[in-house]
Design a protein around this ligand. Structure first.
Ligand code: 5GP
Ligand code: MN
Length: 345
């Protein structure tokens, strides 16, 4: 049996909003990952099955390895079709904000979501949700938003209405936000939920292969290059840094998603508990920062203090509008400032 994570009052409100709605829009964060898409499409399949007119809108492109997800083809990209998306957002009776906690995380979409009159519902697992929704379902203790979507649907009494397609999406989000159930994944209820999803006919082994084993040759060669030439290890701080310029990405025919997981690789070394990956963005003039830690070291604090970002204790990110040299210098400053915490961890 699942414990009741989501407050009953919030379940009741969301159920009422859904019942009264014809048009529902689901939005998620910039550069959507497996959980952003998994939760959005999981909810999309459920609400479509209830006869609602549902649209998923994302701020920009998502990686190729998520393109197979059922419903992905119908997703509206805001950076390509902003007028159409603005209309959908303005006309929606309900706007579900999934897997993000602040309007700044949806980039250019923020204004139209903020101005929209539809009832807004946040379903998320990031710390410190901003108060821009009528209902805020925020559970940082749950490892994925997709799991929250499963819990929400079940609590509305609709487990039977989850289709295989919906279950595949939910599973994908749970799997990706836990690194294939290798972190944030000790809650035994996760495995109860997986059992329920398997009863819908999903092939979890195939989903793993589709997400993690369909990379291009360029990605693997880039990985080799990064490990051989670009990873700097700071054993005295138990930390490591990887950085990549636009030019280097071009050399390896980089496409979105190709550097997914790179930030985790240095953590495979004994004694390393903090890893940072700096990548010159190919779309915007900025350095995208990814941070990971193991144990109690709060990489989200470093993200907030040095890189205009935030996130979870062990997985966070940020953006820096500056040069790569500045970003590297900031990383080194962070090591010095957090030395005692790094060594204590
Ligand atoms: P990733 O390194 O996979 O891009 O991001 C890991 C986590 O860091 C995300 O799940 C999200 O919680 C957080 N994150 C990533 N980028 C940003 C950002 O620019 N701002 C904030 N506040 N959080 C971010
Ligand atoms: Mn997530």
């Amino acid at each position: 049996m699942l414990s009741k994570v989501i407050l009953q009052a919030n379940i009741d409100k969301v159920e009422t909003y859904f019942n009264r709605a014809d048009k529902i829009v689901i939005v998620t964060h910039v550069s959507p990952d497996g959980d952003a898409l998994g939760s959005s499409l999981g909810l999309y399949h459920f609400l479509s099955g209830q006869g609602k007119d549902v649209r998923v809108i994302v701020p920009n492109a998502f990686p190729d390895f998520l393109r197979w997800m059922p419903g992905a083809k119908d997703i509206v990209r805001y950076d390509k079709y902003s007028d159409f998306a603005d209309k959908l957002i303005a006309e929606a009776d309900v706007i579900c904000c999934l897997d993000f906690n602040a309007l700044s995380r949806i980039d250019a979409m923020a204004e139209s979501v903020k101005a929209a009159e539809g009832r807004k519902v946040m379903i998320d697992h990031h710390l410190n949700p901003e108060p821009f929704c009528r209902v805020t379902i925020s559970h940082p203790e749950i490892s994925s938003t997709s799991e929250l979507i499963f819990r929400l649907i079940c609590r509305m009494g609709c487990f039977d209405d989850i289709t295989r397609e919906g279950a595949e999406c939910i599973y994908t989000g749970m799997m990706t936000d836990t690194g294939g159930f290798t972190y944030n994944s000790n809650d035994r209820q996760i495995y109860f939920i997986i059992g329920e999803l398997l009863s819908k006919g999903i092939d979890k082994d195939e989903i793993y292969r589709k997400v993690f084993n369909t990379y291009s040759e360029g990605r693997l060669r880039l990985m080799g290059y990064v490990l051989y030439e670009k990873m700097q290890v700071f054993p005295q701080f138990r930390a490591a840094l990887i950085w990549l310029t636009k030019e280097e990405q071009g050399k390896f025919h980089y496409v979105k998603g190709d550097t997914e997981g790179f930030v985790n690789m240095p953590l495979q070394m004994k004694g390393i508990c903090f890893s940072v990956f700096l990548r010159e963005d190919t779309e915007k003039q900025m350095i995208k920062v990814s941070l990971r830690s193991v144990g109690a070291f709060p990489c989200n604090k470093v993200a907030a203090e040095f890189f205009n970002g935030g996130g979870h204790l062990n997985a966070s990110g940020g953006e820096l509008y500056g040069t790569m040299d500045e970003a590297i210098a900031l990383f080194k400053q962070a090591l010095v400032k957090y030395e005692s915490l790094l060594l204590k961890n």
